[in-house]
Write a protein of this length. Structure first.
Length: 179
């Protein structure tokens, strides 16, 4: 294989691996004893930490999903109380690039003159956790979380928020025939 082709192939494979490493992670869990058929209304308790721009975006994304499931938001006294927690943290990745020269000779015992360059890259990762509590018993009945790499562009982050919340509520409520 020609060195330029090998380099291009390695770059494509690296980018594919990088994309999958940064793919959005969504998980959900619920109280298997909870009867979700009894819940029809919900009230927001809080979003931690408070940030007025993202508070409204998170509420709108969750409200849209719950409305699609037939639930109704009430100002207070809903069957379910919702708390959302959002966090961001800086992560570091190491990226190694090979120049493609000499590497193919190593297996033949001739050595090689190829070079590798490793760089560090910092990126922001955001996590949103949505908790639902039975308002009467105060017990946690459902939790969804979405984790994704944050962009420097608010529009892209908002699209990722909507996508993550939609994934979170895809099989909601648990045990429903519409799941």
């Amino acid at each position: 294989m020609k060195p330029i082709v090998r380099t291009a192939l390695c770059t494509v494979l690296f980018l594919a691996a990088l994309a999958s490493a940064f793919a959005q992670q969504v998980t959900t869990d619920f109280d298997h004893q909870a009867n979700f058929a009894q819940y029809k209304t919900y009230s927001w308790q809080e979003i931690k930490p408070a940030n007025s721009l993202w508070d409204a975006r998170i509420k709108n994304a969750v409200d849209a999903q719950l409305a699609a499931k037939g639930w109704t938001q009430v100002d207070s006294g809903g069957d379910v109380a919702i708390v959302a927690i959002k966090t961001t943290q800086t992560q570091r990745s190491l990226q190694t690039f090979y120049d493609g020269f000499g590497g193919g000779w190593r297996w033949r015992g001739f050595g090689g003159m190829g070079e590798a360059t490793t760089t560090e890259q910092d990126y922001k990762e955001g996590t949103l956790v949505v908790d639902m509590y039975d308002a009467k018993t105060k017990q946690l009945i459902w939790r969804g979380s979405a984790e994704d790499t944050l962009s420097n562009k608010a529009e892209k982050n908002e699209k990722n928020l909507d996508k993550g919340v939609a994934k979170m509520f895809k099989k909601f409520p648990p045990g429903s025939a519409k799941s």
